[in-house]
Each structure stands twice: as structure tokens, then as C-alpha cells.
Design a protein around this ligand. Structure first.
Ligand code: HEC
Ligand code: HEC
Ligand code: HEC
Ligand code: HEC
Ligand code: HEC
Length: 218
């Protein structure tokens, strides 16, 4: 009996099938990759801000301590943003006519706070607390990177649950003496783990309990 389709058509059907399969798998890989990509997690992407405030300039070059502007960080869950009057302690005398600072002056006059756009923003169902990390020797640089070298702040970690858990299950190598928490230049000693283990004992940190769901989901 004569074939309705020549053998070459059969090959075409097979190739088309393979092409569809490749497209589907490839599409899934792209979708999966996109979920974890820097574009979606906004790692390294600095949002626009109402004023071009530079940490490199203020915290790095001028050497202003983090607590001058984020003074809640040692006491409360939130590090907070500085009120406009903190800027005006200097900018009522310095750069008083600069265009870049016009929103700061008008905020000071009207009392309307500057609307900073958040760089780090955990979902509402996650509980986070700065003060306990700061008190027990987790430096700002561990989670935020070299803020003092950034003209515009961007995230250096995606803030996935796995990132929190990696440290919670074994915090020792990430700890420093609490008086070094704000010192972004601090380097760990050759035996970082020995120091870390000493700090874990000193603060009574219990890594075995720190990965329980209720620690972060309350
Ligand atoms: C002179 C004031 C000032 C000083 C000093 C300062 N900051 Fe800030 N910080 C700000 C302002 C204003 C913002 C909001 C605008 C921005 O994101 O750049 C901010 C934002 C941030 C953010 C991003 C917050 C978010 O939206 O998620 C981090 C992290 C941060 N600061 C850490 C630090 C650290 C660490 C230091 C010390 C090395 C420091 N800051 C010193 C004023 C300051
Ligand atoms: C301790 C003093 C001090 C404080 C507090 C301060 N600044 Fe400044 N700021 C300066 C100095 C000094 C300059 C640099 C002037 C120059 O370049 O000669 C400056 C420059 C700036 C500039 C110009 C762009 C740049 O970075 O070179 C902006 C914008 C600015 N500051 C915003 C702010 C904001 C917003 C705050 C509050 C969150 C703030 N500053 C708090 C001292 C301060
Ligand atoms: C263990 C990691 C960790 C450490 C250490 C840490 N931060 Fe944060 N920081 C975060 C996370 C996570 C957020 C986002 C919190 C949220 O969305 O509720 C954040 C948010 C912020 C914000 C935005 C305002 C706020 O409170 O949400 C500022 C400012 C800030 N951090 C400054 C600092 C400074 C200054 C230090 C050092 C004293 C520091 N952080 C240490 C993880 C950390
Ligand atoms: C670099 C290390 C590190 C990272 C990253 C980190 N933590 Fe922690 N976390 C600690 C340490 C150390 C403690 C203190 C534990 C203690 O003293 O018992 C702590 C304590 C906490 C506590 C308080 C626990 C209690 O008993 O009250 C919460 C809540 C918490 N972390 C949430 C988070 C969340 C959410 C993230 C991620 C967004 C995170 N942490 C990332 C090291 C870290
Ligand atoms: C150290 C803090 C921490 C602990 C402990 C923790 N989580 Fe989370 N969890 C987070 C953070 C941060 C996120 C948000 C992740 C994101 O935005 O991608 C999250 C997100 C989630 C989500 C949302 C889906 C997802 O994966 O993003 C679920 C479900 C969840 N956690 C369940 C749990 C369970 C169950 C446990 C206990 C076995 C647990 N978590 C322990 C920090 C924690």
C-alpha cells in the first residue's frame, strides 16, 4: 500500500515534537530563572529617591556614624529613616541653595516628611528585628554590604528565607564583637569561628532553635 505521507514527513513531525518540547522546557527554565533573577529580586537595583542622598559621601567620606541617622537600630525592630531636621543640622548652613536639596528645605518648612522609597522590604508575614542582631554581634555589613561605598543604596542580598536560615543555623562565622557592628572596615581574625563560637556562648545563642518557624512567622 502506498504511503500517504512520505518518510520525510514523519521526520518532520518528530522534529516538530522535539522543538515543542525544547520550547516548553526552555520556557519553564526561563520562568524559573526569572523568579530568582536580580531583576525581580532587585539586587543591585537602586530605586529612585526624592533626594539624591549619598551614603558614600555622608557615611564614607564624611564618616558620619550610622546611628546619627538610624538611631533606632539598637533599640527597636526597625532601623528607621532620619527626620528632615537631622539633615538640616548641617544643611541649614551647608549647600543652602543647592537645587538637589530643595525637597529637604520644603519638607522642613511644611513638616511633611520626605517619602524615601524602600530598598529592603520583607513580606508582611515575616517578622524581623534589628536590635537583637545588632546587640548580638551581626554587623550592618553582613546584611547590607558596603553601604559606605554606595552613592545610591541597593540590596546586596535577595532576602530569601534560605539566606536567613543559613545564618541562623550556623551564625558563628558571621559574628563580630558588638562594638564593631557599625565598623564596616572590620576584618575577622584568622580564626573567625573560634571568636564566633565564643560569642555564641557569651550571648546564649541557640542555633538549634533559631530555625523554628515561629521565630520569623509569628
Ligand atoms: C546622614 C544620614 C545617614 C547616615 C549617616 C547613614 N544613613 Fe542610611 N539612610 C539615610 C537615608 C536618608 C536613607 C533613605 C534613602 C536611601 O535609601 O538612600 C537611608 C537608607 C539606608 C538603607 C536602605 C533602607 C531601605 O530602604 O531598605 C540602609 C540599609 C542604610 N541606610 C544603612 C546605613 C548604614 C549601614 C549606615 C552607616 C554605615 C548609614 N545608613 C548611615 C541616611 C543616613
Ligand atoms: C553632618 C553634616 C551633614 C548631615 C547631617 C547631612 N549632610 Fe548632606 N552634605 C553634607 C556635606 C558636608 C555635603 C557636601 C558639600 C560638598 O560637596 O562640598 C553634603 C552634600 C549633600 C548633598 C549633595 C550631593 C552630594 O551628596 O554631594 C545632598 C543631596 C545631601 N547632602 C543630602 C542630605 C540629606 C537628605 C541629609 C539627611 C538625611 C543630609 N544630607 C544630612 C553634610 C551633611
Ligand atoms: C541580619 C540582617 C540585618 C542586619 C545585621 C542589619 N539589617 Fe538593616 N535590614 C535588614 C532587613 C531584612 C531589612 C528589611 C526589614 C523589613 O522589610 O521589615 C532591613 C531594613 C533596614 C532599613 C530600612 C528601614 C527599616 O528599619 O526597615 C535601614 C535604614 C537599615 N536596615 C539599616 C541598618 C543598619 C544601620 C544596620 C547596622 C546597625 C543594619 N540595618 C543591620 C537586615 C539587616
Ligand atoms: C548573618 C547572620 C544572620 C542573618 C543573615 C539573619 N539573622 Fe536573624 N539572627 C541572627 C542572630 C545571631 C540572632 C540572635 C539570636 C539570639 O541571640 O538568640 C538572630 C535573631 C533573630 C530573631 C530574633 C529571635 C528571637 O529569639 O527573638 C529574628 C526574628 C530574626 N533573627 C529574623 C531574621 C530574618 C527574618 C532574617 C532574614 C531576613 C534574618 N534573621 C537573618 C543572625 C542572622
Ligand atoms: C530566620 C527566619 C525564618 C524562619 C526561621 C522561617 N522563615 Fe519562612 N520565610 C522567611 C522569609 C524572609 C520569607 C520571605 C521570602 C521571600 O520573600 O522570598 C519566608 C517565606 C516563607 C513562606 C512563603 C513562601 C516562600 O517560600 O517564599 C513560607 C510558606 C514559609 N516561609 C514557611 C516557613 C516554615 C514552615 C518555617 C519553619 C520550618 C519557616 N518558614 C521558617 C523567613 C523565615
Amino acid at each position: 500500500m502506498a504511503q500517504i505521507f512520505p518518510p520525510v514527513a514523519d521526520t518532520c513531525v518528530k522534529l516538530a515534537g522535539i522543538a515543542v518540547a525544547v520550547l516548553v522546557v526552555g520556557g519553564l527554565m526561563v520562568a524559573g530563572g526569572a523568579v530568582r533573577s536580580d531583576w525581580l529580586t532587585r539586587v543591585g537595583v537602586a530605586p529612585d529617591q526624592p533626594v539624591p542622598f549619598s551614603h558614600k559621601h555622608h557615611a564614607g567620606e564624611l564618616g558620619i556614624d550610622c546611628r546619627y541617622c538610624h538611631d533606632d537600630v539598637e533599640r527597636s525592630a526597625s532601623a528607621g529613616f532620619p527626620p528632615t531636621k537631622t539633615c538640616m543640622t548641617c544643611h541649614s548652613q551647608l549647600w543652602t541653595n543647592a537645587e538637589a536639596l530643595a525637597p529637604v528645605r520644603s519638607s522642613f518648612t511644611t513638616g511633611e516628611p520626605l517619602a524615601w522609597n524602600r530598598v529592603h522590604d520583607l513580606p508582611d508575614y515575616v517578622y524581623f528585628n534589628h536590635s537583637i542582631h545588632v546587640a548580638h554581634g551581626v554587623g550592618c555589613v553582613e546584611c547590607h554590604g558596603r553601604i559606605d561605598r554606595m552613592n545610591r543604596v541597593a540590596k546586596v542580598h535577595a532576602l530569601y528565607m534560605s539566606w536567613c536560615l543559613d545564618c541562623h543555623r550556623d551564625p558563628a562565622p558571621h559574628l563580630r564583637p558588638p562594638e564593631r557592628v557599625f565598623d564596616l572596615d572590620w576584618q575577622p581574625p584568622a580564626d573567625a569561628r573560634a571568636l564566633g563560637s565564643e560569642l555564641v556562648a557569651r550571648f546564649g545563642i541557640e542555633p538549634a532553635n533559631l530555625d523554628s518557624c515561629y521565630v520569623c512567622h509569628r
